[in-house]
Design a protein around this ligand. Structure first.
Ligand SMILES: Nc1ncnc2c1ncn2[C@@H]1O[C@H](COP(=O)(O)OP(=O)(O)OP(=O)(O)O)[C@@H](O)[C@H]1O
Ligand SMILES: [Mg+2]
Length: 393
């Protein structure tokens, strides 16, 4: 089923039949990061990887994260994935159990063009022209230690998180974000170089207005979905009040998109002189922010404790996972790197219970196996030691 067909069928079915779980059944790594040759055979239950610092837990999750388009959970470049002690090109291969049956995905550096760093992708043995094809088959999300402070740090990481989430529901979203950024940079360059060609500037601002309003609309749509998933669930995790702050998003509350495009076009034209003096672009969805409030404490996320921020993030991501399962009609893979950090015993157990209740193949890592009790008996537990992965079940 194509991605669009999945979206349509999810609107019709309303979850009467149980949603199938997307699961990895076999994973092979070759010369990836600190791994030489590794093969794991799996069932559909959650996976727990424990082991000392530097053993290869995050690297294993990173390999899984390359089964969706993009740069994976570390946002690395391909040369960083190549095992530094090996010259044969790295590769990751996976057998997945999907709602359409078994799918084989391979990705890695092209052995026929080893000088080229770009990662290539094969699906069911056939090369695909664009990584975007992976999104048709795999739904996935992750929480990494980098995200632990996303609610407290600057808005750009929050926008990136929102855009990554929005992309799962609307594959053209990332293309729009790229086109918007390109037009924004082009306009800034002209203004900085003192170019006053009004038609040229207007063309770039038109692109920014059209793509910018579509970006803001997709983010608003995502937030609506997250808000309803949060309100429908009773959980130990705190309820997050989510608000998008931004001139374009706020206009979309009560105006049709075409009028908001006109508004953004006008604002950009009016801001040319100021923007050329300041070297920035003062209006548009690149200035928007996601405001997160801990509902019970009436407290903005950046004033919450580290553990409370993590709990808010986990609550948001669980809401996202539930929404993704509903819309994509498959329970996504959920990667949780170093997940036990900053979480007390009570919240850890609540998270494990939610994962079991959702029926996901979650992949979790941590240094201490005891942090995952009593969940270990219901998961596939592996120890990782110097890139050697051993089943402990
Ligand atoms: N391209 C590479 N080639 C060889 N080794 C690499 C490469 N990239 C990273 N490594 C090494 O892989 C090791 C494992 O890293 P990883 O981040 O997976 O550890 P970890 O088990 O998640 O540790 P922690 O508990 O500290 O998070 C590190 O020692 C790192 O230096
Ligand atoms: Mg790690």
């Amino acid at each position: 089923m194509t991605f669009t067909a999945q979206l349509l069928s999810s609107q019709i079915s309303d979850c009467q039949s149980p949603t199938p779980t997307l699961s990895l059944r076999q994973l092979t790594l070759f010369n990836f990061r600190n791994y030489g040759d590794l093969r794991l055979v799996l069932d559909a239950s959650p996976v727990v990887l424990t082991g000392p610092n530097g053993s290869g837990k995050t690297n294993l999750l990173e390999a899984v994260s390359l089964l969706v388009p993009g740069r994976g959970l570390s946002r690395a470049v391909s040369s960083q994935w190549q095992n530094q002690r090996a010259s044969t090109p790295w590769a990751v291969a996976a057998h997945l159990d999907t709602p359409e049956g078994e799918t084989l995905i391979g990705t890695g550096r092209n052995p026929l063009d080893p000088q080229n760093d770009r990662r290539v992708v094969q699906i069911d043995g056939m090369p695909v022209r664009s990584q975007q094809a992976l999104a048709e088959h795999v739904a996935m999300t992750w929480i990494t230690p980098d995200l632990d402070r996303v609610l407290a740090n600057g808005p750009s990481a929050r926008r990136r998180l929102l855009d990554r989430m929005a992309y799962s529901f609307d594959p053209s979203h990332i293309g729009r974000v790229h086109r918007y950024d390109k037009a924004l940079r082009g306009r800034l360059r002209l203004l900085r170089d003192g170019v006053t060609d009004a038609a040229w500037l207007a063309a770039l601002e038109d692109e920014m207005a059209r793509t910018g309003v579509a970006i803001a609309a997709a983010r608003r749509h995502l937030l609506d979905r997250l808000r309803s998933a949060i309100s429908e669930t009773q959980s130990v995790f705190p309820r997050a009040l989510l608000t998008l702050r931004g001139a374009v998003e706020e206009k979309l509350e009560n105006q049709p998109a075409l009028l908001v495009e006109d508004f953004l076009r006008d604002e950009l034209a009016k801001a040319r002189i100021d923007d050329s003096q300041n070297g920035t672009c003062s209006v548009g969805p690149h200035r928007s922010d996601l405001e997160v409030i801990h509902q019970a404490h009436h407290c903005p996320a950046d004033m919450c404790s580290t553990g409370e921020q993590k709990a808010l993030l986990v609550a948001m991501m669980l809401a996202y996972v539930r929404t993704l399962a509903k819309v994509r009609q498959m329970k996504p893979l959920f990667l949780l790197d170093d997940i036990t950090a900053h979480m007390d015993h009570y919240r850890r157990e609540a998270l494990f219970e939610e994962i079991l209740a959702l029926g996901l193949q979650a992949w979790m890592t941590g240094t201490d196996a005891a942090d995952f009790e009593p969940f270990l008996s219901q998961s596939q537990h592996f120890s990782v030691e110097e890139a050697v992965v051993t089943s402990l079940n």
